[in-house]
Design a binder for this molecule. Structure first.
Ligand code: MN
Length: 488
């Protein structure tokens, strides 16, 4: 959680860190680097919270070779410290402006001090892959003599290769050794596996491969690679990997690439008509790992070649029962997305079905025409023509942005029917990309009655207009039904 949180833009408050730490501990992670004790008050609070939570995992914190950092680690209850010292000449001279001898003294004194404070010590060489390996062995060997319990080799900028790992790891493995890799060249997983094979016994990883720049070795990838390819049981509960990944993605706000191994949206998805046939006969034809093994499900998605039977079957499976023209309209929208080169996911289908099935057959309000003007020297202006109870009404409005202008124009055109207010507006892009399906949810109110409705289109403004018109129709229909109830 320390290096993972160093992802640009990510910052987790203590309670979110506790949620992630509990999940990590529950699935069998052995050591959790909770944060950096010196970084902030919030970080120290996180260390206290997590160290007191009774987790079975060891609670570790990042420290520099500085007494204050080590004091914080001890005072806030950490079990261990990840004590990091730069070991390449580049880092020693350019970053620290010190000599090798000074760095050695700092490191060894810090090890002794941390042991005095009762901490487990993992002495870690920063930028170790660019260090003089003889110097690295010396600083590590003396570090162990002064009391370090473990060592760590950091490939801080991702320049290691598996071949080099095989050469330089064995001379360092005289004490329990961790390997810490970055993915700048996409080698993090391969380097980690090579180092483990060469004598390292512990791997530093992050969930979803989060971390500075291109990130670190991904927990889920390493666990599954060791399990599937090398027959090594890490003791991690693989069935919980996906829920962990989803939790971390949600709490950090960092979305996953759709094609990310193990946890990406497409990792166990097959497009109907391509390999789906083989998968149906024997899943191992195109599936290297059973999705259930990592807590996922296989998905067959629809595309532009899908027929109405396939769409109807998919809808039934998701609990939708379209009637009348609804199936035709859902199919048309799916094909429209498919023609734009998009793969249609379950979430897309559900959003489309919700929007289409929520539409009225004989709506009180329907859209005749809609225009939006927006740009750098133009006030966003929307004009709209609606059919309201059979009468054509045209109105226009400006707004803060095109969506605002569109919604204001709609509100003005139905002003005669009633005062429809927009209480809430929420938008989600369902899959990645600017041409993705957009799911708009609005909360509308009229005379104290509140309803929620949705619109789903690739065009955000049309999705908003659709959501508002669907909502207005429901408000009017329910009003009508209320009235007939009252006269009974
Ligand atoms: Mn790192």
């Amino acid at each position: 959680m320390r290096d993972g949180e160093q992802t640009p833009g990510v910052s987790l408050p203590p309670e979110k860190k506790l949620a992630i730490a509990s999940h990590l501990s529950d699935i069998g992670v052995h050591v959790i680097e909770v944060g950096s004790a010196a970084a902030s008050v919030g970080e120290r609070e996180s260390i206290r919270l997590i160290s007191q939570a009774g987790l079975s995992a060891e609670c570790c914190t990042y420290v520099r070779a500085v007494r204050q950092d080590i004091d914080f680690a001890a005072e806030f209850g950490a079990d261990s410290v990840h004590l990091v010292v730069p070991v390449s000449d580049l880092h020693i001279e350019k970053k620290l402006r010190k000599t090798r001898a000074e760095v050695c003294t700092m490191a060894w004194n810090a090890v002794e001090y941390a042991k005095e404070r009762g901490l487990i010590v993992e002495l870690s060489g920063e930028d170790a892959s660019r260090a003089d390996q003889v110097f690295l062995q010396d600083i590590f060997r003396e570090g162990v003599e002064r009391g370090a319990d473990r060592l760590c080799f950091c490939d801080t900028v991702g320049l290691l290769t598996p071949e080099r790992a095989v050469e330089i790891i064995p001379p360092l493995a005289f004490a329990p050794l961790s390997i810490h890799c970055h993915d700048d060249l996409g080698f993090a997983l391969a380097n980690t596996v090579a180092a483990l094979k060469a004598g390292a016994s512990c791997a530093h990883v992050t969930v979803n491969g989060l971390g500075e720049r291109a990130g670190n070795t991904a927990l889920e990838e390493l666990v599954m690679a060791l399990h599937v390819l090398y027959g090594v049981d890490t003791g991690i509960e693989t069935e919980s990997l996906y829920s962990l990944s989803a939790l971390v993605s949600r709490l950090t706000g960092v979305p996953l690439a759709t094609n990310k191994p193990i946890v990406g949206e497409m990792a166990f998805t097959h497009e109907s008509g391509i390999h789906a046939h083989g998968i149906m006969r024997d899943t191992s034809t195109y599936e290297p790992i059973r999705p259930e093994l990592v807590g996922r499900k296989r998905r067959i998605v629809l595309g532009k070649h899908s027929g109405s039977a396939a769409v109807e079957a998919a809808l039934q499976e998701m609990g939708y029962h379209p009637v009348g023209d609804q199936l035709g309209e859902i199919l048309a929208r799916i094909k429209q997305l498919g023609d734009m080169g998009k793969r249609i996911t379950d979430a897309d289908i559900m959003a489309i079905a919700d929007a289409v099935i929520g539409l009225e057959f004989a709506p009180a309000i329907s859209l005749r025409q809609f225009t939006i003007v927006s740009g750098s020297n133009t006030v966003p202006t929307a004009s709209v023509t609606l059919l309201v109870h059979g009468a054509e009404i045209t109105d226009a409005s400006t707004g803060a942005g095109p969506v605002d202008a569109a919604i204001r124009a709609l509100q003005k055109s139905v002003a005669d029917v009633g005062d429809v207010r927009l209480e809430e507006y929420h938008v989600d892009a369902i899959t990645g990309g600017t041409d993705a399906l957009v799911d708009v949810t609005v909360k509308l109110s009229k005379d104290g009655k509140i309803i929620t409705s949705r619109g789903a289109r690739a065009d955000i403004i049309m999705a908003s207009v659709e959501a508002v018109i669907a909502g207005m129709n429901r408000l009017l229909r329910e009003e009508h039904e209320d009235r007939s109830e009252n006269t009974d």
